[in-house]
Design a protein around this ligand. Structure first.
Ligand SMILES: *Cc1c(COP(=O)(O)O)cnc(C)c1O
Length: 222
C-alpha cells in the first residue's frame, strides 16, 4: 500500500486533539515527501546526522522532532531548527540543551522522558527523580528551555493490560506534575506516548501526541 493510503488509515484512528508525529527514521527523503504531500508536517527522527541532512534537503515548513536518545555533545547540531526534543532523560542533557539554546538566542521545547516500562534498556526519569529535578534551584535557573510535557515508552510486549497500565501510569504522573509545577503554564500540555503497535491504547489512556513509524512507512532496514 502507498504511504498516502497508510496515513489515511492511521488518521482514522487519531482524534483531532492528538498530534501525529510521522517517524521517518531510516526512511529516504522520498518517503517523507510522500507523507508531506499527503498533508503531514510533523516528522520525528532519532539520529542527529540523519536529521540534519533531511532538514537541509527537505521543505522548510516541516516541523522536526527529535525522538531518539540525544547525546549531550550532539545538541549543537540540531539546536537551530529542532522544534521539540522528546526524550530528555537527564539533568545534564537538559542543561546542555539550555546552554546551546542560550548561545543560539532561542528557547528549545522539551519533553521529559519518564521510565514506565519493565525493561532495563529503556531510558527516563522515575516520578520521584522528576520531582527532584523540577524542585531544584539548578533547574529553575535554566531560562532557555521550555518543558512542554512528558514522554514515555511502554514495554515491548503483547500483553495489552500491561501496556494499558504503563500508559495509565504516565498519565497519572503527568497530572501530578502538571498540578504541582505547571498549573499555570499552558505550554505544559503534551503527553507523548503511543507507537505503531500501541497507539490506540495510548490514546485511550490520554496521549496527546503519538509517534508512528512502521505502519506509515513500512519496516525499517537498519
Ligand atoms: C522508532 C520510534 C518510534 C516509532 O516506532 P514504530 O513502531 O515504527 O511506530 C516511536 N518512538 C520512538 C522513540 C522511536 O524510537
Amino acid at each position: 500500500m502507498s504511504i498516502q493510503t497508510n496515513i489515511e488509515l492511521v488518521r482514522k484512528h487519531i482524534p483531532n486533539h492528538v498530534d501525529l508525529v510521522c517517524v521517518s527514521k531510516f526512511h529516504p527523503d522520498e518517503a517523507i515527501l510522500d507523507a508531506y504531500n499527503a498533508g503531514e508536517r510533523i516528522f520525528g527522527e532519532s539520529k542527529v546526522q540523519e536529521l540534519s541532512g533531511k532538514y537541509e534537503r527537505l521543505p522548510k515548513d516541516i516541523v522536526w522532532h527529535f525522538i531518539g536518545h540525544l547525546q549531550t555533545n550532539k545538541v549543537k547540531y540540531i539546536v537551530d531548527f529542532v522544534q521539540l526534543i522528546h526524550g530528555v532523560d537527564s539533568f545534564k542533557l537538559l542543561s546542555e540543551i539550555n546552554k546551546n539554546a542560550e548561545k543560539a538566542g532561542k528557547t528549545i521545547n522539551c519533553l521529559l522522558q519518564v521510565y514506565i516500562a519493565q525493561e532495563e534498556t529503556k531510558f527516563g526519569f522515575s516520578e520521584s527523580e522528576l520531582m527532584e529535578v523540577l524542585n531544584s534551584e539548578s533547574f529553575k535557573s535554566l531560562k532557555n528551555i521550555r518543558i512542554c510535557g512528558l514522554m514515555g515508552m511502554a514495554t515491548f510486549t503483547s500483553n495489552k493490560d500491561q501496556i494499558r497500565n504503563e500508559f495509565g501510569q504516565l498519565k497519572t504522573t503527568f497530572d501530578k506534575i502538571k498540578l504541582s509545577f505547571f498549573a499555570n503554564d499552558d505550554c505544559f500540555r503534551t503527553i507523548s506516548m503511543g507507537m505503531s503497535d500501541d497507539f490506540q491504547i495510548a490514546i485511550e489512556q490520554g496521549s496527546t501526541m503519538v509517534r508512528i513509524g512502521s505502519i506509515i512507512f513500512g519496516n525499517r532496514t537498519y
